[in-house]
Design a protein around this ligand. Structure first.
Ligand SMILES: Nc1ncnc2c1ncn2[C@@H]1O[C@H](COP(=O)(O)OP(=O)(O)OP(=O)(O)O)[C@@H](O)[C@H]1O
Ligand SMILES: [Mg+2]
Length: 229
């Protein structure tokens, strides 16, 4: 592969300490992801998938090693997590197993708030949010509260929210775990389209092997170590 990686996780380890016990949740993991790549992260429970996503997504810092974006070191053990917040908001998008929508805001407002937090004007934010919901086929649900949406619809709002600020990298942790297989497939196909058309790099943790045909690559975690296929 020729293009330089968008993100490089370089020899990153994460050791959690609870009292005297310690767990090496990530063990010298090195992974590179390029723009437009859809990469699956597989592996058994407890193998370090979420930990990897937290480190790559700048939600946590590694105990050793570092994370680079476009060749520049952004995160290392001594980095203050607060300093990463702006970078995260500008460049990264997250999707989790639960949609985690704000219950008293409607679908549009849930997307809109992500834009306004980043400094967008209210009018522009509302317009872009409606457009994103239309692109995901839920324009007709724009005024529904999360409780008035199906699980699949809520997850599409969450993806629209993750995309609101035009991230270069999306990190998703089991985004289809609560969906039936058809809806889960739709979400993964959405990721495939975003990688192809928008050149977004997407890293998806999943247990669902039925979708691996959509991935460019799979990384299997085992005891905190990734094996790249
Ligand atoms: N905050 C924490 N404090 C202590 N140990 C942790 C913490 N988070 C994770 N661990 C431990 O680190 C290891 C890796 O956890 P992680 O959540 O990354 O696994 P996972 O592959 O995402 O598992 P699952 O498929 O069940 O979500 C596990 O042994 C877990 O118990
Ligand atoms: Mg996990």
């Amino acid at each position: 592969m020729s293009a330089a990686p968008l993100i490089s996780v370089s020899q990153a380890s994460k050791v959690y300490r609870i009292g005297d016990a310690q767990v090496r949740a990530l063990d010298e993991a090195s992974v590179e992801i390029r723009a437009g790549e859809l990469v699956g992260i597989l592996g058994p429970s407890g193998s370090g998938k979420t930990t990897f996503l937290m480190i790559a997504g700048l939600l946590d810092t590694p105990t050793s090693g570092r994370v680079l974006f476009n060749g520049r070191v952004i995160s290392k053990p001594e980095t203050n997590l607060n300093q990463l917040r702006d970078f995260r908001r500008k460049h990264l998008g997250f999707v989790f197993q639960k949609a985690n929508l704000i219950p008293f805001l409607n679908a549009t407002q849930n997307v809109q708030i992500a834009l306004q937090i980043n400094g967008a004007r209210r009018r522009y934010a509302a317009q872009r949010s409606r457009l994103l919901l239309e692109q995901f086929g839920i324009g007709n649900r724009a005024k529904n509260l999360p409780s008035q949406l199906s699980g699949g619809e809520q997850q599409r709002v969450a993806i629209a929210r993750a995309l609101a600020n035009q991230p270069e990298l999306i990190l998703a942790d089991e985004p289809t775990a609560n969906l039936d297989s058809a809806r889960g497939r739709q979400v993964m196909e959405t990721f495939r389209r975003l990688a192809d058309q928008e050149r977004i790099a997407i890293c998806v943790v999943t247990h669902d092997l039925r979708c691996v045909d959509l991935f460019d690559r799979c990384i299997t975690m085992s005891d905190g170590r990734p094996t790249v296929q």
